[in-house]
Design a protein around this ligand. Structure first.
Ligand SMILES: *[C@@H]1O[C@H](CO)[C@@H](O)[C@H](O)[C@H]1NC(C)=O
Length: 325
């Protein structure tokens, strides 16, 4: 309370002199991105100010003396810049390239302009999303971890897939661990895309994103695929694994109504597989027969895990009158 009153007074007294706009800020930066820690003095000073950026009340991160000579703290030189700090610019914001977890912490920007010393504190939290294993095989367990360093108290975490809010269903587990929120689930093709974790705390939420690739059958991508064909025409039943995979023991089966496997109809041409890359196990039907409609299943083994996809072949009798219109 007293501090605020004193501060108010000092701002009044300062008048047109250099003022730091805000005294304490918390901010998020995504790991790997560039963080800009704001420290501005308005209006800009006319004299050469002394600027000191320090971290966690100990180490100097960056310093500029009256002579304009710059000095970097140990280890910081590679990724830290204060690019607009020339005399008269009034912008002493600190730029940190390729932010890492160890960059998180309390930063202080101190500007000495004549007799006035103004300081600003910034708490930098680093937010990161990681997936383990990095490219899971469909059906296998995987975890998506959102870590924030330091972890904010009373923050809420939400998840997004391709910019759409995700509400994990009962098969998933969201754990709030020390320093992290963890989403545990079975990998499936429908989970592929950009996963973001959004941490709400204060005015500006923090967000970090990473891409999830699930290895398995990419086409058809869902279990309810339907393939339409006219009797007598050619058709391809797709079964495309992730590019680069060589599934073993691939099998095509026809299923009866109870789900038991039947032999494939004679019109199915498995020899066409030879000309496709090893991850494409699609099967060609040269001439769809009258009774070929029904359920089919393609399966293969990827890294010890059996991956299967079912699809429905829907046949229709050609109606030349309509077709030729
Ligand atoms: C994921 O993000 C990348 C990079 O921002 C973008 O190019 C890509 O289209 C996104 N993918 C989806 C499925 O939205």
């Amino acid at each position: 309370m007293w501090q605020f009153l004193l501060l108010g007074t000092s701002l009044l007294v300062t008048g047109g002199r250099c003022q730091c706009l805000s005294e304490y800020t918390e901010m998020f930066a995504e790991a790997g991105s560039q963080a800009v820690l704001p420290c501005m003095c308005r209006p800009p000073s006319t004299s050469a100010a002394i600027v000191l950026w320090s971290k966690d009340l100990k180490g100097t991160v960056w310093r500029k003396g009256k002579s304009g000579l710059e000095h970097w703290g140990i280890g910081a030189a590679q990724r830290v810049r204060c690019p607009h700090s020339e005399v008269g610019a009034g912008d002493y914001s600190l730029y940190i390239k390729e932010v890492r977890e160890e960059d998180s912490g309390n930063y202080t920007c101190m500007v000495q302009d004549g007799e006035k010393i103004l300081s600003k504190r910034i708490l930098l939290r680093v937010i990161k999303v990681s997936i383990s294993p990095p490219a899971p095989v469909e059906g296998n367990k995987m975890t998506i971890t959102c870590s924030v360093t330091p972890w904010p108290r009373k923050a809420t975490v939400s998840w997004m897939l391709n910019e759409k809010r995700v509400y994990p269903d009962s098969a998933d587990y969201v754990l709030s661990k020390n320093q992290a929120s963890v989403l545990e689930s079975k990998a499936s093709a429908s989970m592929m895309g950009n996963w973001s974790c959004v941490v709400h705390k204060g005015r500006k939420p923090g967000k970090a994103t990473t891409a999830l690739t699930v290895r398995g059958i990419v086409n058809p991508s869902s279990a309810s695929a339907k393939v339409y064909a006219e009797v007598g025409s050619a058709v391809t039943l797709p079964c495309v694994f992730s590019t680069g995979l060589t599934p073993s023991d691939t099998v095509w089966e026809r299923l009866d109504t109870s789900g038991s496997a039947l032999p494939l109809p004679p019109s199915f041409n498995l020899s066409s597989l030879l000309s496709l890359p090893p991850w494409d196990r699609s099967v060609g039907v040269v001439q769809v027969g009258q009774g070929d409609g029904g359920r089919y299943r393609c399966s293969g083994t990827v890294e010890g895990r059996r991956v299967t996809r079912e699809m429905q072949l829907v046949t229709a009798q050609g109606e030349p009158g309509i077709e030729n219109g």
